[in-house]
Design a protein around this ligand. Structure first.
Ligand SMILES: Cc1cc2nc3c(=O)[nH]c(=O)nc-3n(C[C@H](O)[C@H](O)[C@H](O)COP(=O)(O)OP(=O)(O)OC[C@H]3O[C@@H](n4cnc5c(N)ncnc54)[C@H](O)[C@@H]3O)c2cc1C
Length: 581
């Protein structure tokens, strides 16, 4: 029988005593860690806590030794590889897919030199107020985040921007300015979303995708002309388990072409395996039920967001972040792409919220409605009205404003009518000459819809929304045919909870002490978000991937390593020959 340490015994007996006294007092029992958030069985730990591999060094067919191993070549892994290569440190990146995985629209980085130039040129009113936005972030996360990590995000964003913009420029990739901007919104949004685009026609290799900044990081990291120790990317190779020797993580076991390989790391192993939304058991354990109410998940391709890094971290003694259910990154874009700030109705034809808020708030409210769906109702003048809400600076945010114009360009109605036309072609937005006909098309009771819109028009006339307190500048009449109903459904982009880390991005154990040799970044890492994804700094999760990546260069340069003879580049070369998918 496994012996209980005094500490484990005390923990167990105290938890037991607490449960008994709470039950006596008629209060609900506090769930133990084993219970998870949604578990019905407080005693049983789910299977993902158990390592099915338990590989030993002697099981490996081949062993390669380097200074740093990164597991996963997404935005986070590629950014870390580029920064580590810049520090003259040898790194191997092990990736399960046959390519890198850049994903997203843009990268949130406040107060970079790109933003500063827009301010200097007089097209942006000023830099981001870091004090204001850090506090919004913390509030949105229910004060359950590690504030030092949020500070690190804001403090390192400008330097990361400088590093990334300069690196991208070498490959003809530049950030573009766009019009979407909501400085005076209910939840103000910063101007920080860096959309990098290739302008000089640099040909990235076949392992690259559409996300230009990540293509640059990958290409630059392995650039042998630039680096004394260029990075080695090993594709079609799936990490399974970590090697722990004398209490320190010293390597990663990975399967390639049916062979078990061991990648040893003298300085550290960085877990950058992304999210865990494809592991049903983990999802049930760490998320609340809203994760099951989305129309779909938009993270592609499937099969690689199974929380492998989260699990490997747990098996090596790491601990998951605390602070309630893991936050969901949600966008109400699963159906129509445009919905503005017009009244939302549910399938009962009733309004249910202040529609002038941010995308996370809209998404959560929609998922409280029948079939997790809402319809944004607007009339023939929607494009004009929408521009009015945006020009006040009070409106904006995704699916309300536009990313298509440069900041200095005026808003044009065609930007919105184009999107609505495309939503209509896709069958997600419908048009009708009367509200009754519109109700029939969306399947809600006509009487209820007409009553809701009549009431809304009354509030518009009065200039005050008694029902949901939507700001007056967003109250626009719905009177002139044709009438439109845009179906608004919620998409999951990512689950942004992960392994507990400190500001050196070391994975922490139950005792809050680092697991030696183990680091985490990107969506595999935790403690930066809780409860809700704070979208006041748009693109901040990609921001985290790049800021943490940039930091990892400095962290690895300062890290004390263990002894080990590095494998020569000649012996690493076979790893870069394509393995079977
Ligand atoms: C459609 C869409 C749009 C988005 N737009 C934005 C945006 O505009 N701004 C923003 O901030 N965020 C956005 N996001 C979210 C953002 O893309 C992610 O938060 C971010 O890409 C996470 O990066 P990552 O490197 O941590 O994870 P990932 O990109 O998931 O990368 C993880 C990598 O690890 C690999 N891997 C997994 N397991 C293993 C294993 N066992 N062995 C080896 N490799 C493994 C995977 O194959 C993958 O390549 C968007 C998400 C989606 C789906």
């Amino acid at each position: 029988m496994k012996k209980l340490s005094r500490r484990t015994f005390l923990k167990g007996s105290l938890a037991g005593a607490a449960a008994v006294s709470l039950a006596k007092a008629g209060l609900p029992e506090v769930k133990s860690e084993a219970a998870g958030l949604n578990s019905k069985d407080p005693g049983e730990k789910p299977s993902f806590f158990t390592n099915p591999y338990n590989h030993k060094a002697e099981d490996a067919a081949k062993v390669f030794t380097t200074e740093v191993v990164i597991v996963g070549a997404g935005n986070a892994g590629c950014a870390a590889a580029a920064s580590i290569a810049d520090q003259g440190i040898q790194v191997i990146v092990v990736e399960a897919q046959n390519r890198i995985h850049g994903q997203g629209g843009g990268i949130g980085l406040v107060n970079t030199k790109f933003v500063q130039k827009l301010v200097d040129d007089g097209v942006l009113e000023g830099l981001t107020d870091v004090v204001q936005h850090q506090n919004i972030w913390i509030q949105r996360c229910g004060s359950r985040v590690k504030e030092e990590l949020v500070s690190m995000w804001f403090n390192y964003a400008p330097a990361t921007g400088e590093w990334l913009i300069d690196k991208c420029a070498e490959y003809g990739v530049v950030p573009l300015s766009f019009r979407a901007h909501a400085p005076k919104a209910i939840v103000p949004e910063t101007y920080d979303y860096h959309r990098f685009r290739s302008t000089a026609g640099y040909e990235f290799d076949d392992h690259c995708g559409y996300f230009a900044a990540t293509n640059v990081c990958y290409t630059d990291a392995k650039n042998a002309e630039k680096h004394e120790k260029p990075a080695t990317f090993v594709f079609n190779t799936r990490a399974q388990d970590l090697l722990v020797e004398d209490g320190r993580v010293t390597g990663v076991f990975a399967e390639r072409d049916g062979e078990l390989l061991l990648f040893k790391a003298t300085k550290g192993v960085i877990l950058a395996t992304g999210g865990m939304h494809e592991d049903e058991e983990m999802k049930a354990y760490y998320c609340d039920d809203y994760v099951n109410r989305v129309q779909r998940c938009e993270h592609t391709p499937v099969g690689f967001s199974t929380g492998d890094g989260h699990k490997m971290g747990l098996w090596a003694g790491g601990k998951m972040q605390e602070g309630g259910p893991f936050p969901l990154m949600l966008h109400p874009q699963a159906n129509a792409m445009f919905h503005g700030c017009f009244p939302f109705v549910n399938l009962e034809g009733k309004r249910f919220m202040n529609e002038g808020t941010w995308v996370q708030g809209k998404s959560m409210n929609i998922m409280n409605q029948t079939d997790n769906i809402a319809f944004s109702i607007f009339d023939a003048n929607y494009a004009k009205y929408n521009i009015e809400t945006l020009e006040s600076g009070a409106g904006g945010g995704m699916f309300w404003d536009t990313l298509s114009n440069a900041l200095e360009d005026p808003l044009e109605e065609s930007q919105f009518t184009r999107t609505v036309d495309s939503d209509m072609r896709a069958g997600n937005t419908v048009q009708a000459d009367t509200l009754e006909e519109l109700a029939e098309k969306i399947g809600c009771p006509a009487e209820a819809l007409v009553a809701t819109i009549n009431r809304y028009n009354e509030l518009v006339e009065k200039g005050f929304d008694d029902d949901f307190h939507k700001p007056a500048e967003f109250l626009k009449p719905i009177k002139e045919a044709p009438f439109y109903a845009a179906k608004v459904g919620v998409a999951l982009l990512a689950i942004v909870g992960g392994l507990s880390v400190n500001t050196d991005l070391q994975v922490l154990g139950e005792d809050k002490m680092p697991v030696a040799g183990l680091y985490a970044t990107g969506n595999c890492s935790g403690d930066l978000y809780a409860i809700d994804y704070p979208i006041n700094c748009a693109g901040n999760s990609n921001g985290r991937a790049f800021i943490w990546g940039y930091r990892l260069g400095e962290i690895m340069a300062a890290a004390e390593g263990v002894e080990g003879e590095l494998t020569s580049y000649e012996d690493l070369a076979p790893l870069t020959v394509e393995a079977e998918a």
